[in-house]
Structure formats: structure tokens, C-alpha cells
Design a protein around this ligand. Sequence first.
Ligand code: GRF
Length: 222
Amino acid sequence: MREGKLKVGVLVSGSGSNLQALIDACAVPGHPAEIVLVISNRPGVRALDRAKTASIPAVVFDHKNYPDRASFDADMQKALDAADVEFICLAGFMRLLTTEFVEHWGGRMINIHPSLLPSFKGLNVQQRAIDAGARFSGCTVHFVTPEMDVGPIIQQAVVPIHQDDTGDTLAARILVQEHRIYPASLRWVAEGRVRVEGERVFLNDAVYPDTGLLNPSPEQAN
Ligand code: GRF
């Protein structure tokens, strides 16, 4: 077991509801992680208010002020180093990172994505899942690798897609589950229970539900 709490930096671009879930989780006495820095690439976003309310240092690096991704990532790196950040959570961070940055943080950076990866990488994934006729969608916590939305999966949650869903209603249903699994995954990482082997993640003392989901319910067919 490591000494002290895992020092976490959270990168955001928007509302920060996942940041809030992580803040709330880390506030539980004895939690093995603490958020020491929040970085936003957009000024004025709600995530920054959430950091302020929680008395967590927050900085803005407005990507519009940078000529390229490398200089933007370099400034983020300096701030992360200055805060002694050991581990990064991407929480709705809407910028592509350079391969150099991602490799520097290899095995030490995770992301939450609102689909069941490896299906529906990229943007607008809730509407795309509906349009594809999928019966289920969900969310995925995974380690970040240079290729976007690819990387060893720590945890997923599944939600049904209803026939009257819009992208927004499905996004809201998925978000509820994001707020459950992202803090859980961070806790497991901070507890040192997560091991990556190739493309797969293994969790010490994991409990696996052995049930199946059906959608729509088959009961009416009886
Ligand atoms: C979430 O749906 C997350 O999965 C995706 O961006 C959204 C961010 O929401 N990467 P919030 O800023 O955490 O509220």
C-alpha cells in the first residue's frame, strides 16, 4: 500500500458533473485519492465553479491562445508537475492530447466515455447509438492511450435505450451511471487494485454480477 493519498488532476471543458462526482467521492473520510488541481481549456465553465466551491485550485489554459497542441500540452504539464499530480482523470475534456503527453501519462490517465466502448467512439455517441438501433448503451471508464477512446477498460455500466429516447434523454440516463462508475474506478486505481495486462484490466477482489439484461422486457411475450 502506498503512503498518503494519490494526488489527482482533473481535466475538464464543461459542466463538470463527473468532476463533482469525483470531488464528492474524494471527500469521504479515508478516501485514498485527493484532487489537487483542476484544469479547464475553456474559461467560465461550470466545472470551474465546482472546483472553487470545493476549494480545489483551478487553472484555465484557453486553447484558443495557443498556436498548437504541443505548446498547450506543455503548459498543462508544467501546472500538473507544479501541483505534484500523480494521476489524471479526464472528465468531459474536449481536446485531443498529443501522443507525447499521453505517453508521458501512460497507465496514469483515465477517461470516461458515454458509450459502451469499443462501440461508438468519438462525438455525439448517444444519438449515434439510437440511430444505429442499439437496445443498450452505457458508459466506459478506460485508460487513455494515444488513439482516441481506445485503451484498457476498467469498468462499464449499461443502460437501456427506449424507443422514444432523444440524444438528450439517453445522455441523462447514461450520466447517472457515469457518476457511479467514475468514482469507483478512481478508488480502485488509488487502492492499487487495478492491473493492466495488454488490452485487459484485472481488478483484485473484483465482484462480478452474473446476471443478464434484456431490453425490451420479454414478459409480454408470454
Ligand atoms: C460526459 O458524458 C462524459 O462521458 C463525456 O463528456 C461528458 C462530460 O460531462 N466525456 P460533465 O462535464 O462531466 O458533466
